[in-house]
Write a protein that binds this ligand. Structure first.
Ligand SMILES: Nc1ncnc2c1ncn2[C@@H]1O[C@H](COP(=O)(O)OP(=O)(O)OP(=O)(O)O)[C@@H](O)[C@H]1O
Length: 269
């Protein structure tokens, strides 16, 4: 796509690219983590970035969101270059990174208030949005507890609230459901579905195919630092019975033959 703005959705929907990636490359010493990615992520979609462990998902998302400088390549969000206009881009995106670090000695409420003020929102608006987010994410009862005492799920939900406070156009989430119980997962899911139904874009990485299949309407499959397939979910799944089977075929996973070398396991003790 030369202008990078209109892309064919593949399911009959003409689409605007929320994120445009060209020739993205990252090397760590001898290890090529991301090997030349070209991708247009359509706006208003629930997008899953899937791939096996070590495929390059976190590295890709970190480069797209301006957290890690690529060796080469271009990333544009809403038509703005992430590395030439970092402030312009960062005001329009929300990020829930992997291994999220929060200020442990603030309460959940204080943390969100701080983030909202950093984003330049007026104090009254921050308070209003904090009330609503804490309520919707079931964090109201814990809002005056220190973050250091929060569980994994509470941390993810706090991170999500912080990423949503300024009402970004695109939300990037690295493994948002990892370590989250089914109740919290359902809550997070509801918030994200509501967010995308208003025309915003969610991009999240995961290796849990069932989750991606049930949430996303558009997927990109990454393996060994390269895009193996991308497009509307139904198109990527093709004739395969599930995204999981399509994924295994795409990433060429023969795997280890079910641990056949573990001849001692389960034998006489
Ligand atoms: N800072 C780093 N230094 C050296 N190698 C790195 C670094 N970050 C990532 N890598 C390597 O780059 C490759 C891609 O890693 P990345 O974390 O992006 O994969 P991933 O798809 O997010 O994996 P996972 O699903 O296991 O989180 C891996 O081989 C990893 O070991």
């Amino acid at each position: 796509m030369d202008d990078g703005e209109r892309t064919a959705g593949g399911d009959g929907r003409p689409e605007t690219a929320a994120v445009r990636v060209r020739g993205l490359w990252k090397q760590f010493g001898e290890q090529t983590a991301v090997a030349g990615i070209d991708l247009d992520l359509p706006a208003g979609r629930f997008i899953g970035l899937v791939g096996p462990n070590g495929a390059g998902k976190t590295t890709t998302l970190s480069m797209i969101t301006g957290l890690l400088r690529p060796d080469s390549g271009l990333v544009e969000i809403g038509g703005r270059d992430v590395w030439r206009d970092p402030v312009g881009v960062k005001s329009r995106i929300g990020v829930l990174p992997e291994g999220l670090r929060l200020f442990e000695r603030l309460t959940g409420r204080e943390l969100l208030t701080y983030m909202g003020r950093l984003r330049g929102l007026p104090a009254a608006e921050v308070e209003r949005r904090c009330d609503q987010l804490l309520d919707v994410l079931d964090l109201s009862a814990a809002q005056h507890k220190l973050v250091v005492d929060y569980s994994t799920g509470m941390r993810k939900k706090t991170g999500l609230a912080a990423a949503l406070l300024h009402n970004p156009e695109v939300l990037f989430l690295d493994e948002p459901f990892e370590g989250v119980d089914p109740v919290s997962a359902q809550t997070i899911r509801g918030v994200l579905e509501r967010y995308t139904s208003s025309g915003a874009t969610v991009v999240f990485s995961s290796h849990v195919m069932e989750l991606v299949e049930s949430l996303c309407d558009w997927v990109a499959v990454l393996a060994s630092g390269r895009i193996r397939a991308h497009g509307p979910l139904a198109e990527v799944r093709g004739a395969a019975p599930s995204l999981q089977s399509a994924f295994l075929e795409l990433v060429g996973a023969q795997g280890n033959p079910a641990g056949q070398s573990l001849d001692w396991l389960g034998g006489p003790r």
